[in-house]
Design a protein. Structure first.
Length: 113
């Protein structure tokens, strides 16, 4: 049974940092294309960052240079290091294993002064 459990969200001031975690069970993240998405109410989920099985990464233009996706195969966990946070980064963040029909509960990130 697949589970992806996101955590690490919270309330942070503009310019601050957060580190989101996605702990996986039932799959080996090393064998999947892993993606972080964000979603705000009324809008579709948007790709924020992704990492391939070989370790290549890609990012949405809006987060390049600020966010880093990290995969720890030993812990079967994917992280999203979020630096220099902006008001517009406020969203619920989900991790996703491409091809797996499962979405976790997400973790809320709120950037506010």
């Amino acid at each position: 049974q697949v589970q992806l459990v996101e955590s690490g969200g919270g309330l942070v001031q503009p310019g601050g940092s957060l580190r989101l975690s996605c702990a996986a069970s039932g799959i080996l993240i090393s064998t999947y294309y892993m993606i972080w998405y964000s979603q705000v109410p009324g809008k579709q989920r948007e790709l924020v960052a992704a990492i391939t099985r070989s370790g290549s990464t890609n990012y949405a233009e809006s987060v390049k240079g600020r966010f880093t996706i990290i995969r720890d195969n030993a812990k079967n966990t994917v992280y999203l290091q979020m630096n220099s946070l902006k008001l517009e980064d406020t969203a619920v963040y989900y991790c996703y294993a491409a091809g797996v029909d499962y979405w976790g509960q997400g973790t809320q990130v709120t950037v506010s002064s």
